[in-house]
Design a protein around this ligand. Structure first.
Ligand code: FAD
Length: 559
């Protein structure tokens, strides 16, 4: 098993120049990570290159649901709902600590977009296609039971609500768990390495590529005749390097979510609700001490580096929440953070972005470049399986691509030693007990198990007793990130590793000095490097909070 240590990235890069691989994957989002995982399980020698931090593209900006997409039934995408719906249970079983069953409430109102009968039929079909077990099947609650389930539902016109099964996840952590599993099987996966050029043998078939280490500027060349373009919204940039015009085009659709403190929208329950126009639906999902709400769906044609949530989107979400829920109006100053992502949709002439299929598509160009785009977070396993099937055909005769099929539906991801829900619950209980003994709030235990699975033991074994208990936990968590997860910067820690910037913004600001102290010590930064990182942190924070007018005072805490 390959150990991921602080020097892993540097060691790999030192030995990489002119190295040959069976397969090179461009993009460290869920699609690339899924392919790297599946391929490494088959014994294929894999290199995955990510231009920024892992999952920093769309794969950390989703609604964080492992779902079949109820609304795709409206577009008659039965195959899509069938395939992705079935995946939910599989992804849950291989990543039990990361994929949590979550009931969703779908309220029905007189004059709403869904009648009771149409919602009943859609949910029946949804459960049927997804193979939901009878015990988890949807059920209808009358108006009183619905109000008890969620007291914030407005009572006027309420006919009742359907309660149906979905799963919640942490998209960043799921992507990382796949990469970690791939690395432990021998894959090399490197963040901050941007692919610059594709190389071709005799001007035709792919023979390798060049990439730039974005931290040092050094350019490397690596060789392979099998290259996968899993660059999400950047897929067209790689196709330009390939110099073969794509037959199909990508349409980027932008989706924003906002996060508010839970007490501002104190939902007991995740809800899928109508917006004020009754033509779109949004999710409102409680998570720890927050509730997040989204999403929008707007065609995006600007350069990707300019992406941000617009005031119009934020106003739209606030208006939808205020029009629907029985609360005193939410305002933009109540928002603590937001995220915005781009859906890379495979373009179909004449369709609105909301009507375009979320189905994944594989394209193979004459150079042999395999491009995979579209799809869902939920479908990563199937997308990997399909990509590898195509690669087997493309690489005919080449040894590593032949041989046994991997049964990825039975292979647990790194950190998941929990065969049953009871195993997971027992582990959470034992961690709660450890937290109690360590004088750390035991309510935090489940949050940590949901992040690290059974690897949490490694963090708890490394506590620094000279610190206050919760600081000791935080500093051990940072060390774990640096030494075991290739977390290189404080901004990666508050995003990819912990999500603190979105769900615990004040804690993340309060603990800024501690975070920087640990990074400075572990990464052996000099004062100049620390100052540079502090400046990057200061520049980054407003990008997830800048849409509202909250004053930021000297400490960085919102007033
Ligand atoms: P990305 O995650 O964008 O990964 C591509 C990676 O390639 C990026 O990290 C990028 O930095 C890297 N890259 C680009 N160019 C280069 C280069 N030259 N060199 C090296 N690396 C490069 N799906 C669900 O199943 N459930 C949901 O609840 C859900 N909600 C969603 C909500 C929104 C608002 C959006 C936008 C999408 C949602 N999806 C959901 C869809 C899902 O998030 C995406 O399908 C999925 O994350 C796409 O992953 P990807 O790996 O293809 O792309």
């Amino acid at each position: 098993m390959t150990a991921i240590t602080a020097s892993y990235r540097e060691r790999c890069l030192e030995n990489l120049n002119a190295a040959s691989f069976d397969l090179i994957i461009i993009g460290g989002g869920i699609t690339g990570a899924g392919i790297a995982w599946d391929a490494s399980l088959k014994g294929i020698k894999v290199l995955l290159l990510e231009q920024s931090d892992f999952a920093s593209g769309t794969s950390s900006k989703s609604t964080k649901l492992i779902h079949g997409g109820l609304r795709y039934l409206k577009q008659f995408q039965f195959q899509q709902v069938f395939e992705v719906g079935r995946e939910r249970a599989i992804v849950h079983s291989i990543a039990r600590f990361l994929v949590r069953p979550e009931k969703m409430l779908l309220p029905i109102y007189s004059g709403g977009s869904l009648s009771r009968i149409s919602a009943y039929l859609a949910l029946w079909l949804y459960d049927f296609l997804a193979g939901v077990k009878p015990a988890d099947a949807f059920r209808f609650l009358g108006p009183i039971e619905s109000s008890l389930k969620e007291p914030l539902l407005p009572k006027k016109g309420l006919l009742g609500a359907f309660l149906y099964s979905e799963y919640q996840t942490d998209d960043y952590r799921l992507t990382w768990a796949l990469l970690q599993s791939a690395i432990e099987k021998g894959a090399i996966c490197l963040p901050y390495c941007q692919v610059m050029n594709l190389l071709r043998e005799k001007g035709k078939h792919l023979s390798g590529l060049t990439f730039r280490d974005t931290l040092t500027g050094k350019v490397h060349q690596v060789n392979s005749s099998a290259i996968v373009n899993a660059a999400g919204p950047w897929v067209p940039d790689i196709l330009v390097m390939d110099a073969y015009p794509a037959k199909k085009h990508l349409l980027l659709s932008k989706g924003t979510h906002i996060v508010v403190p839970h007490h501002y929208l104190p939902l007991k329950q995740a809800i899928y609700f109508d917006d004020f126009s009754k033509s779109r639906m949004l999710f409102a999902i409680p998570r720890w001490e927050t509730t997040y709400i989204g999403t929008t769906d707007i065609v995006y044609a600007e350069p990707i580096h300019l992406l941000g949530s617009s005031k119009e989107e934020v106003d739209y979400i606030l208006l939808a929440v205020n029009a629907f829920f029985s609360i005193t109006g939410l305002q933009s100053k109540d928002i603590i953070s937001s995220w915005v992502g781009l859906r890379p949709l495979v373009y179909e002439v004449g369709k609105l972005s909301t009507d375009i299929s979320r189905k994944d598509e594989i394209m193979v160009s004459p150079s042999g470049l395999l491009t995979i785009a579209g799809g869902k977070l939920t479908g990563f396993r199937k997308m990997a399986e399909k990509s590898l099937k195509v690669l087997v055909n493309l690489q005919k005769g080449k040894k590593p691509f032949q041989g046994n099929k991997t049964k990825t539906h039975r292979v647990p991801l790194a950190g998941n030693s929990f065969e049953t829900a009871q195993d997971l619950e027992n582990y959470v209980l034992s961690c709660q007990e450890s937290f109690r003994v360590l004088q750390i709030n035991p309510a935090l235990a489940e949050r940590y198990v949901r992040r690290y699975g059974d690897r949490l033991n490694q963090i708890l074994d490394d506590l620094d007793w000279s610190l206050q208990p919760e600081d000791a936990l935080l500093s051990a968590e940072i060390r774990y990130g640096i030494h075991r997860e290739m977390v290189l910067f404080p901004t990666d820690f508050i995003q990819r590793q912990t999500g603190m910037v979105w769900y615990e913004k004040n804690r993340c600001l309060e603990k800024k000095n501690l975070i920087f102290d640990v990074f400075t010590k572990e990464m052996q930064w000099d004062e100049k490097t620390r100052q540079k990182q502090e400046a990057l942190w200061a520049a980054f924070l407003p990008t997830v909070t800048s849409f509202h007018n909250n004053e930021i005072n000297d400490t960085g805490l919102s007033a």
